[in-house]
Design a protein around this ligand. Structure first.
Ligand code: GLN
Ligand code: ZN
Length: 774
């Protein structure tokens, strides 16, 4: 029995790669220095895995920005707009220009698009294809890194994004063709890569084929079959590890099992039933091996050795030891690096820490599991097993985790709890009466600029250089100035500005029971950007109000309405590491109840408009369509539970910032928020069509300007967008607001843009008056 790892975090245990990349971009270090940092990280990772006892150690899992972009460069699929840069700049600068755009030396080239890697929070750079797309071996990174490892004494298994998955990850940039039609042009470059790797001594190659976990068409399935047959015909000696993760093969199982490969890697964390399905199908060819992904690569919990051993034993008894690899479920780039660095008891108590495993610890788990299952047990394996059993027993019984009051409350949720008292039509009248807002009411999404100053106060407060009193006084001053600006510029529904918040999830997590925080648990989100998700370890409850003080303070300053600002249960869940000892839906419902209490307390404090942000609802959608309904049922219900504790005349807003609504518009309507604000300006209101066609019944604020850019739009531009909106949605349903929160913007452009926005709303009102009079 052997061990197999799919990928190791490349950011470095102390985010060395992030720091080096950013220093290079700022011109503070040379390319040579950056390349050196990369080399050190790779060698360290190989050494760590080799010493731990991993048999199949990955190479080409390293990347300076993104592994898909690496392949785009490898395959020479460089979009035309970079051809000038390709001629004049180094390969490294070309690479970063594709990732981030380039505005140097009079060149102004936009970056390639970025999107989420399946259902993770990792973002990859989307390949762009044209009808006459050519491919050629442009970068030899994958071969170089294999040779580099070999020279350092490590025999590695190169990681390849399979041809079909690579094409499917991309987008056609012209009409009139399907990107899979490029397969025959693409394959020769892959053959060249495999040939070179084989010549250098590679025997195993990992072919990532994540699309096998999605719903595929016959055409797509045939392309996969064709590809592996071609590879197998040409390279009969290469041991192809067909690697699938994040879900089951589903209806692709027959296609998959018929492929001429050496090993199938299975994600048995996301899809535990897969092993039985394969063994019972009788379709696994003789001698083909299985890589059992039993250690969760997506979450931070310690493995349950007893449970994993039962799975491994089942596979071993069916296939024999030498047909089995033990592995993490997916690449470990989705895990933080090293739990040993969490030494601060205040952040993470030792009781909670004993339940966790980060990438380095997961590698050891894989090796220990192999040893335990194969009977080659050392004393340290024995100790590891005992420690694992005790930790898991502790976790099951811990008083930190289990809170009966919370469990009982969830169990006694009744039908009415996720429903407002009356339907929207009735609420709407009551709200109109209570709030007395004009037509085209103006508002913002919540945050105002988080200046360096504001951030420095928080840093000082955390270091205890500012007292609570001093810190609050500074925030109060900033809040008051923001209220005054909003009043002066004529905005109708004000916000307090969110200056007290570091991050929209962390801020709530820090105040809720059941959440813990790491000091160094960074995970790559995109390029040099890393996130540190909170850890939800126990039943969630709210010991005391979280936002009421700031909302109340802001409301006390003005006679206009101040909107209370909360993060919704699905977004808090989605952007955290979630406990694995109960269904996600259960945890989400607990969070929903905590948010509900906050909503009710805001109402009691006189806040009449409350926004519950849910930007992550869409990204929580499962990979396979047949699982969508189940997810949407509990996710939408959780939102409704959080929003339904208030009177009819309290207005609930929600906000989402993604631009695809068509396929879930019914579910968005089912959220029954009185007002929804959405991102819209970049698509020139096109996505409003989804709402218009659906006849979306509630009020809606399509963002009229893009907050991701420092550009100040004119009121005419915004009027133009609003007219487009008013052409498909009744004017009395429309709100006027920016796309998203303003925290990343500077004050100057924010002031100007919002003044223009108010002008645009006023112009729309005047025009509407005229039509009514006419
Ligand atoms: N209220 C949040 C803000 O304005 C919303 C952020 C988001 O949608 N991601 O910052
Ligand atoms: Zn947003």
């Amino acid at each position: 029995m052997k061990t197999n790892n799919l990928g190791y975090p490349r950011i470095g245990s102390n985010r060395e790669l992030k720091k080096a990349c950013e220093a290079y971009w700022a011109g503070k270090i040379t390319a040579e220095e950056l390349l050196n940092t990369g080399r050190e990280i790779r060698i360290n990772n190989w050494k760590l895995q080799s010493e731990a006892g991993i048999d199949l150690i990955p190479s080409n899992d390293f990347s300076f920005y993104d592994q898909v972009l690496d392949f785009t460069l490898t395959l020479g699929a460089i979009p035309n707009r970079y051809s000038e840069i390709a001629k004049t700049k180094s390969a490294l600068d070309l690479y970063f220009a594709m990732a981030r755009g380039s505005q140097k030396d009079e060149q102004d080239v936009v970056a390639m698009e970025m999107t989420k890697w399946f259902d993770t929070n990792y973002h990859y750079i989307v390949p762009e294809f044209t009808k006459n797309q050519e491919f050629q071996l442009f970068s030899s990174k994958i071969i170089d890194e294999f040779v580099e490892a070999k020279n350092a004494g490590f025999q590695t298994k190169p990681v390849i994004i399979s041809p079909v998955s690579y094409l499917l990850l991309g987008k056609e940039k012209q009409e009139g063709f399907h990107r899979l039609e490029l397969l025959d042009k693409l394959l020769p470059v892959y053959f060249e890569i495999i040939e070179k790797l084989e010549k250098e001594g590679a025997t195993y190659i990992q072919f990532d084929e994540p699309f096998l976990a999605l719903n595929l068409t016959d055409y797509e399935r045939k392309a996969i079959t064709y590809t592996y047959n071609e590879i197998n015909n040409r390279f009969p000696n290469i041991k192809v590890i067909l690697t699938n993760y994040f879900d089951c093969f589903g209806e692709n199982i027959e296609t998959a099992l018929a492929l001429p490969v050496h090993t199938f890697h299975l994600d048995l964390v996301r899809c535990p039933s897969q092993l039985d399905d394969i063994l019972e199908s009788g379709k696994l060819a003789n001698n083909v091996k299985l890589s059992l992904g039993v250690v969760d690569g997506r979450n931070i919990w310690k493995n349950d050795f007893k449970k994993s051993l039962a799975i491994i034993e089942k596979a071993v008894s069916a296939l024999g030891e030498n047909r089995i690899f033990i592995a993490p479920s997916c690449s470990l780039i989705h895990s933080p690096c090293d739990l040993d660095l969490e030494t601060n008891e205040e952040n993470l108590s030792s009781e909670i820490k004993q339940w966790l495993a980060f990438a380095k610890q997961k590698i050891n788990e894989v090796v220990t599991l192999r040893n335990l299952a194969s009977g080659e047990i050392t004393e340290s394996d024995q100790a590891h097993f005992q420690e694992n059993t005790i930790a898991n027993e502790n976790r099951k019984k811990s008083t930190l985790i289990h809170n009966n009051a919370v469990k009982n409350r969830v169990a006694s949720i009744t039908k009415g709890d996720d429903q407002r008292i009356n339907a929207f039509a009735i609420r709407r009248k009551k709200q109109a009466e209570a709030l007395q807002l004009p037509l085209f009411p103006t508002t913002t999404i919540g945050s105002f600029p988080q200046t360096a100053e504001v951030r420095s106060w928080r840093a000082k407060f955390k270091k205890r250089e500012l007292s609570q009193y001093e810190y609050d006084a500074l925030l109060e001053k900033e809040t008051e100035e923001t209220i005054r600006f909003q009043e002066e510029s004529g905005i109708d529904v004000l916000v307090h500005g969110e200056f007290e918040r570091n991050d929209m999830v962390e801020y709530f997590g820090e105040q809720l029971d059941g959440f813990a925080f790491t000091k160094n648990g960074w995970v790559q989100s995109y390029g040099s950007r890393c996130v540190k998700p909170p850890v939800i370890y126990g039943d969630v409850s709210r010991p005391k109000p979280m936002t009421v003080k700031w909302a109340e303070f802001a409301q006390s300053l003005t006679s206009k309405w101040v909107k209370g600002m909360l993060t919704g249960p699905v977004t808090i869940l989605q952007w955290s590491f979630v406990r694995n000892d109960q269904p996600r839906s259960e945890t989400c419902t607990q969070i929903a109840l905590a948010i509900r209490d906050e909503v009710v307390d805001l109402e009691k404090a006189g806040i009449k408009i409350i926004q519950i942000d849910e930007p992550a609802i869409r990204e929580g959608l499962p990979l396979r369509k047949e699982e969508w309904d189940n997810y949407l049922d509990w996710a939408i219900k959780a939102f409704r539970i959080s929003a339904s504790g208030v009177a009819d005349d309290t207005q609930i807003h929600t906000h989402m910032c993604y631009s695809e609504f068509n396929d879930i518009i019914q579910n968005i309507a089912d959220m029954d928020a009185d007002v929804i604000t959405i991102e819209c300006s970049r698509s020139q209101m096109e996505l409003l069509d989804a709402f218009a066609n659906f006849k979306y019944p509630n009020e809606i604020g399509p963002g009229v300007y893009d907050i991701h850019s420092p550009r100040v739009p004119s009121h005419d531009e915004m009027v133009h967008l609003l007219e487009k909106a008013a052409a498909v949605i009744p004017a009395n349903q429309l709100w006027v607001n920016p796309d998203c929160g303003l925290k990343t913007r500077h004050w100057e452009e924010t002031r100007k843009a919002l003044i223009e926005m108010v002008k645009a709303a006023q112009q729309m009102r005047v025009a509407a008056e005229k039509t009514i009079l006419a």
